[in-house]
Design a protein around this ligand. Structure first.
Ligand code: AMP
Length: 604
């Protein structure tokens, strides 16, 4: 399969024809100087200089030249990089009139990018009219960020009215390098906490917890976060009105100043190229020295912050022009991180050269618990893969069995020792009711849970006893009790908060074990084979029908021969979606590990 990938920018268009399976490129096109006279270069050595047809037509004329080159190449689909997908897109989308209209409506959030991306889409859809086109969004991967990470502290109605929230960018690259890093480490993203640093002309960091982006440094626009080539990154917002008062600059010029005249360029006056800045800093240029320090100081600040957010980190990944090629920046960012468990191998870092054959290099010491990796990013290949998946999926029909849904009320699993402490030594839990999961029962016994703010009485104990105490509560319970519990899969109670428990025979101080249970589906290995999923995959499930139908994203698969097919959501989720136990769900999508396994489907 050959996918044409197009990235249309304001002054350049890049395109490549890629086989998503092998990553092999049969043709690449790089067109520059779009605003003057476009100069097009192809990977076969051809160069074409065109007369200016004006900015409106510039992208189209380049794509016409490309089409001419592709006369004899069968293209299965066209993938377009689109910068802003807003609230609407948490994944790639097949482009139709409605998708085009949505991308157009998002122009207010990305006025510099989306209109140009759309120009590329429209020109390409006319020229390559007989194949499907797909939009792959820079923001999509970060849609999984929790609300606490997405939300600015501004008046809520104002934010809702204007779509103000953190979206994040470079998502295609962050997702790709995290997957590459995991592959290199012989693991899957769903088992790792990874900090990815995309350091190119634009720079951003992402915290990727078990395969999902939970934080990223760019915000509503790509201006927030790290110091970049020409963007300031984070600043005190008070500077903006101050600048306006002091200089009289109107908002659009302040915007231009922050986006195009700041960052490395603004700090140094020698331009935005990190190579020049590093060379000048070595020669003693004090401005360049300070720029390098500000750049890496900010980056280190984010690395520390993201390790704190994920309560640890397994790998820190450097990518983008700077991250892949600059040992000095990697050194400045990763030395003295031993407090996190990351120990740099300076020799390895200095000699690291990424290439097609060595796209990932580990430059940490062998005994470093956290791996430091330089990873070659490939956004074009990532886009081609997304398109390949969507083309395959279009040929499939969902004939999977439905999944019963159950609402899981707050409950607690206890260890033998904890039962002894709460109910008396040797006490045996009594079965009140057998649960749908074989061998599991709701016990006659209940405990009182005491949080810093409030107490909840009669929390049901589930049996039999387990190897770890685990209290599963809803978000509403959390706020009532005054406990901030992370969303976790059952059994993963490390680094979780505790609370006090009271039973008829005594009290017990739970050191950890309070979680907000990750919505999940229990199934047997046989079910898993039918659904085409594996243990700890993340899927989507549509529940209900008609107007009340609701898609639950981020549903965890749990496979064991002991389980019975059932999806568990908590009381908050059930209430919010007006769902009762007994409803049925339909598996929609498997996406957690980044690979769409083929489901058992029948031809239409
Ligand atoms: P990108 O946007 O990913 O193409 O990255 C562009 C940035 O990478 C520019 O600031 C370049 O100066 C920087 N870059 C490329 N090679 C090197 C290198 N060997 N050392 C430092 N920076 C580099």
């Amino acid at each position: 399969m050959q996918i044409l990938v197009i990235n249309a920018g304001s002054s350049s268009v890049k395109a490549a024809v890629i086989d998503p399976e092998t990553g092999k490129r049969s043709l690449e096109m790089n067109a520059e100087r779009l605003l003057d006279a476009p100069l097009i270069e192809f990977s076969d050595g051809t160069k074409i200089e065109l007369e200016s047809k004006g900015p409106e037509r510039a992208i189209a004329v380049c794509l016409e030249a490309l089409k001419d080159k592709l006369k004899d190449t069968p293209i299965a689909g066209v993938g377009h990089r689109v910068v802003h997908g807003g609230e609407d897109f948490d994944r790639a989308a097949r482009i139709d009139e409605e998708v085009e209209a949505k991308i157009e409506a998002l122009e207010k959030l990305a006025p510099l990018h989306n209109p140009i991306n759309l120009r590329g889409i429209r020109a390409a859809r006319e020229l390559f009219a007989d194949v499907s086109h797909f939009a792959v969004f820079d923001t999509a991967f970060h849609q999984s960020m929790p609300r606490r990470a997405k939300t600015y502290a501004l008046p809520k109605d104002l934010m809702a009215e204007h779509g103000i929230r953190r979206y994040g960018f470079h998502g295609t690259s962050h997702k790709y390098v995290a997957a590459e890093a995991a592959r290199y480490l012989g693991a899957q993203p769903k088992d790792l906490r990874i900090i990815t640093c995309h350091l190119g002309n634009g720079c951003s960091v992402a915290a990727i917890e078990f395969g999902r982006s939970v934080e990223t440094s760019m915000g509503m626009t790509p201006l927030e976060g790290l110091v970049m080539g020409t963007r300031s990154g984070d600043l005190d917002p008070g500077i903006i009105p101050y600048l306006h008062e002091q200089t009289g600059l109107p908002p659009e010029e302040i915007d231009e100043l922050l986006n195009r005249q700041s960052g490395l360029k603004g700090l140094t006056g020698v331009g935005n190229d990190m190579r020049t800045i590093l060379d000048e800093s070595t020669k003693g240029n004090a401005d360049c020295q300070l720029a390098v320090q500000v750049f890496t100081h900010r980056l280190r600040k984010y690395i520390g912050a993201y390790a704190a957010i994920m309560a640890g980190v397994d790998a820190i990944v450097f990518t983008g022009g700077i991250g892949e090629n600059s040992p000095i920046i990697r050194h400045r960012a990763s030395q003295r991180l031993s407090y996190l468990g990351a120990i740099i191998n300076e020799d390895k870092n200095a000699t690291t050269r990424l290439s097609e054959t060595a796209p990932v290099v580990d430059f940490s010491m062998q005994h470093s618990r956290v791996k430091l990796l330089a990873v070659k990013t490939d956004e074009q290949l990532a886009i081609a893969r997304e398109c390949g998946k969507l083309i395959e999926k279009a040929d499939a029909v969902n004939t999977l069995p439905t999944i019963p849904v159950a609402i899981s009320a707050r409950h607690i699993h206890l260890r033998r020792e904890t039962v002894d402490a709460l109910f008396g030594p040797g006490y045996e839990l009594k079965v009140k009711k057998w649960l749908s999961q074989p061998g599991q029962f709701a016990a006659e016994e209940t405990v009182t849970v005491v949080g810093p703010r409030n107490t909840i009485e009669r929390v049901r104990v589930l049996g039999p006893v387990r190897s770890k105490d685990q209290l599963e509560i809803s978000r509403t319970d959390e706020f009532f009790l005054g406990i901030d519990a992370p969303v976790r899969e059952s059994g993963k109670v490390e680094d979780t908060p505790g609370c006090k428990l009271i039973g008829p025979a005594g009290e017990f101080l739970l050191e950890d074990g309070v979680i907000c249970a990750w919505r999940h589906i229990h199934m047997t290995p046989e079910d898993a084979a039918v659904f085409g999923v594996q243990d700890r995959d993340i899927v989507e499930v549509a529940v209900g029908s008609g107007e009340r139908s609701l898609v639950f994203g981020n549903v965890l698969i749990r496979v064991s021969p002991k389980y019975k097919l059932e999806m568990h959501i908590d009381t908050d989720e059930g209430n919010a979606a007006e769902i009762n136990t007994g409803e049925e769900g339909v598996l929609q999508e498997t996406s957690g590990s980044g690979t769409l396994r083929k489901r058992r489907v029948m031809e239409a």
